[in-house]
Design a protein around this ligand. Structure first.
Ligand SMILES: [Zn+2]
Length: 464
């Protein structure tokens, strides 16, 4: 790995040598070439672009750094990782912790463990993992596209939003509900956990566009159109029945406009490719993928292909690398595991959404199966391969992280928020700089939120 890095670094150095400057005087043609190469050298010496150009072999952005760090001990890497987590704002853009918050008696201020109660996020473990906070997700599973079911989804969506607000209020000494990057920084400086809110699955607005304003007022700052199945707004990447709207519907188009007007970041994770293209074409503001991987690194329909990655970056957006095993690798055959999963699936076949207590039990059981069959878990190097690819295609300013914890996320050595620094350590080993990691851990997505809110302010001013 890293061969091309060396070549680029060498090229930039050799073209800066005195010998070539002498040649330049003798040969007019050569002199033109030298000029071009000098400009290239100048561009290459800019660290940001260096990160972009120097990655094609899948290594980190600085060959020398990667080389040096390859010899570092785990302890030294983790110590540098801790230092970075201390110094930068660190946010995970997809935490499904509200699913666990709904458990009677669950206390986010106490330390839990995923082995004991299948939970992956709480304040003490966030502290251990050096995670300042993230987006707590308002999620309702996709149900029938019928009046009564939509009404129930709206009710649940608002209930979960209020549950997050209440949780933050109860623990106001340790956390704060953030709606802007400035607020996030303020809570961090005060030593508090930063809680943003995002929506996963536009089903929570039914067919009522006005609810977007209501969610925004309550503090929600991103809106994901779909989950694993198609809904009234758009097509999902994983609906087995195929496309329903062939992208976004008329209502979906109106929802894009409304998100732009309000300053809600649009989240394209789970959306079909066509849905994502439609959103990119329609949206006046950059978009995010709150938890997605790279299709080129693993061809799952949930992952984003290179043309989409490029377009998301070109529009100023970010893709937050998802730590979810199923979307990262083929699972090797294992009859006992497959039988366990099949019987688990059959047991909970009842139409969604399941009653809360049944859903909790369902999740605890699948976590138990994952624990019993660790072969179904991907690993941190695989996650880092996706990150390398995303950075290579999009540039360092357009990539971030998300654990999808409490929503099925987790890979070996990164099974809950307390282990976040292990990912940072792996990326440091690959040669990413501290500044790169600071961007990916938080400032990239905060830049998008700032831009989305600025676009909203412009649109609102134009309407007044
Ligand atoms: Zn998801």
């Amino acid at each position: 790995m890293g061969v091309v890095n060396v070549q680029w670094a060498d090229v930039s150095q050799s073209f800066g040598s005195g010998r070539l400057v002498v040649d330049q005087k003798r040969d007019g043609l050569n002199s033109g070439l030298i000029r071009v190469m000098k400009i290239l050298t100048k561009i290459l010496s800019c660290s940001k672009i260096m990160g972009l150009v120097a990655l094609p072999m899948g290594a980190g952005p600085d060959r020398t750094l990667a080389d040096e760090r390859a010899e570092w001990s785990e302890v030294r890497l983790l110590s540098l990782a801790k230092d970075i987590h201390d110094r930068y704002l660190t946010l995970d853009t997809h935490l499904d912790v509200p699913i666990v918050l709904r458990r009677p008696g669950f206390d986010i201020s106490r330390e839990h463990s995923w082995v004991d109660d299948a939970s992956q996020v709480d304040f003490p473990r966030m502290k251990k993992g050096g995670l300042d906070g993230g987006f707590f997700v308002v999620f309702v599973p996709q149900g029938p596209l019928k009046l009564a079911a939509r009404a129930q989804a709206i009710e649940e969506g608002l209930m979960i939003t209020n549950l997050i607000r209440e949780t933050v209020e109860i623990h106001a000494d340790q956390s704060g509900l953030a709606t802007t990057p400035v607020e996030a920084e303020a809570f961090r400086s005060a030593g508090k956990h930063v809680v943003f809110m995002g929506i996963e699955n536009g089903y929570v607005m039914g067919r009522n566009l006005d609810l977007l304003e209501r969610y925004h007022e309550l503090g929600v700052r991103y809106f994901g159109f779909v989950h694993t199945r198609n809904n009234d707004l758009a097509d999902s990447s994983t609906d087995r029945s195929g496309p329903l709207h062939f992208g976004i519907s008329e209502l979906g188009r109106a929802a894009v406009d409304e998100c732009n007007r309000l300053g809600l970041m649009i989240d394209v994770s789970h959306a079909s490719d066509k849905t994502t293209w439609d959103i990119l074409e329609r949206s006046k503001a950059p978009v995010i993928a709150s938890h997605s991987g790279a299709y080129a690194a693993y061809p799952h329909p949930r992952n984003l292909n290179d043309p989409l990655l490029r377009q998301i970056a070109a529009a100023g957006g970010v893709v937050q690398m998802n730590v979810f095993s199923t979307y990262l690798m083929d699972t090797p055959p294992d009859e006992a595991r497959d039988a366990a999963i099949e019987s688990w699936r059959k047991k909970y076949e009842a139409p969604q959404p399941l009653p809360m207590d049944v859903d909790i039990q369902r999740r605890i059981e699948i976590m138990g199966i994952k624990e019993a069959f660790p072969s179904s878990l991907s690993d941190i190097p695989t996650v880092a391969d996706h990150v390398d690819h995303l950075v290579r295609v999009m540039g360092i300013n357009h990539v971030g992280f998300s654990g999808d914890f409490d929503g099925g996320g987790g890979v070996a050595d990164l099974m809950d928020v307390s282990e976040m620094m292990n990912l940072t350590a792996e990326l440091l080993r690959r040669g990413y700089s501290e500044e790169d990691l600071g961007k990916m851990w938080g400032s990239n997505v905060m830049r998008v939120l700032t831009e989305v809110q600025a676009v909203a302010a412009e649109l609102q001013a134009a309407l007044d």
